[in-house]
Write a protein that binds this ligand. Sequence first.
Ligand code: PRP
Ligand code: URA
Length: 209
Amino acid sequence: MSKVCVFDHPLIQHKLSILRDKSTSVKEFRELVSEIAMLMCYEATRDLPLEEITVETPVAPAKCRRISGKKLAVVPILRAGLGMVDGIVSMMPNVKVGHVGLFRDPATLEPVKYYFKMPPDIEERDAIIVDPMLATGGSASAAVAFLKEAGVKHIKLMSIIGAPEGVKRMQEDHPDVDIYVAALDDHLNEHGYIVPGLGDAGDRIFGTK
Ligand code: PRP
Ligand code: URA
């Protein structure tokens, strides 16, 4: 069974309260998504392996630890996942970015794939899939399946808000994929929106409604 990590850090919870507010502007919404992703990245990368090195300070040699060349990819689910990329890249400037284009068919709520472009050595990389909303879990589950087909062995999912339905679906479909969320909300409404949620993340990031 996968781990579900809910971030209760005050900075994240404070930013999330503004993100949820329907009066928050597109500009501020976009900034907050990026900032929350940056803060979540800190915890989701806690298990990166370190190696010991020695650095010459102006005073003396210092034994230090640095990340031991782990190959990572961040994989946003288009569109809304794009909003989380900058925050993560600002923490890990050398990370490669793969894109999965999916939209939910509004009638069936099933994900429809329209784009898939990964770094050429994706099978050697650990992947962090990012998408602000984990609702039915259909999009995240499909994205994980595509990455597994491409040979990726270690995958994490980072979402800002998760619904219990989406967490359950992910744990059934992909028990090996740990899930990181800033909040676990109550339920989905009849349109597949997370309640209370924050509305349509893609529309709020890109100002398309
Ligand atoms: C939203 C969201 C997720 C998906 C979550 O994308 O960004 O990708 O819905 O729903 P699910 O868990 O039920 O699959 P949407 O389909 O609205 O596309 P967009 O990001 O292009 O707006
Ligand atoms: N996608 C969104 O953007 N919001 C939801 O609440 C559910 C799916």
